[in-house]
Ligand binder design. Sequence first.
Ligand code: NGS
Length: 359
Amino acid sequence: MLSDGTLSSRISVNRGIIIILCCTVSLLTVFSNFTGSPDNHVRCPPLLVSLDANGAFVCNASGYYDALTQRPLRLLIFYDKNDVMNLPLCDVKPATLIGRRNVSLEAHSEEDIAADNPKVLRGGRYRPSGCVPRQRLRVAVIVAYRDRQEHLQILLNNLHPFLQRQQLDYTVFLVEQAGNATFNRGKLFNVGFVEANKLREYPCFVFHDVDLLPENDANAYSCPQYPTLLSSAMEKNKYRPIYADYFGGVVSFSSRHFRQVNGFPNLYWGWGGEDDDLSLRVRTRLGKLLQEPADTGQYTMLKHEKDAGNPVNPQRFKLLNAAAKRFETDGLSSLSYSVVKLERKPLYTWILVDIGQPG
Ligand code: NGS
């Protein structure tokens, strides 16, 4: 027989255990809602999901997003309607691909291209609606640019449908060099990398010339295992490789690898050499670079007059000869610039940037 006292103390011990168990379960539930899975996804409690001004689904967990930049202040919160609805992960090779097709060389107005691509959100962003993109399918496409309006229109008209067929969660960034100083492709790409990651964390990057049109949508604009030359077969070169270690035109990187090689060099003003320097960085630091197979890495290059703002750089061989000594000191680690304007246009996020003058 148990005395009344022993019985009631057992009941209160049991109650205590039940309360502790309940608290642990609720804490774990809350915790799992707000911390990341290996895929960097965090589930937003469905009650907190609502629409933003662009019609995109956002998680209203106050204190988790910076109100100005929309950048998550803590771990990424899962804010996609599709995840809430438990849609499947997007395929790496989706059924929407059509393979090789002729590119269009028509320069449509940006308004017409936006009307033809109604699912592209302001800022040049798209996310598939029927599936949840995998982390390696979340891509920033950075275009280095100045004064090539017609090429830009032709590129956008081809690129948006191409990227949507790949079912990527992508954003196109146009990084435009302000002023008349000699063009610096490498530095503009570095600015694009830093600025895109300030707006949202991108695991994958594609660095893209404005005059190159991809011909085959099997050429995946996603995170590669190793930095990859996507434009491996250009029509202007009869679809043959330009040379063995060529790494210009269009290349893809995981953010991790791009940081590991300290990005592009900043010191190449004018045409030539910055891509060879990057190729050397990748081979030295990461051991290898990849090339898209010639049957999918096909590109058409748009023709243009000699570009007075981008003369051949007479210093390029001298810079290349000493490139290995500068990997640490010239690149993302030494990047300086000031953003003149940042605007979400219908087809791209426009970053007008002052990158200074040749030193
Ligand atoms: C090399 C340049 C690269 C350039 C490549 C292809 O000679 O920067 O030609 O040029 N390297 C040097 O000048 C050191 S292209 O076929 O695009 O005109 O990307």
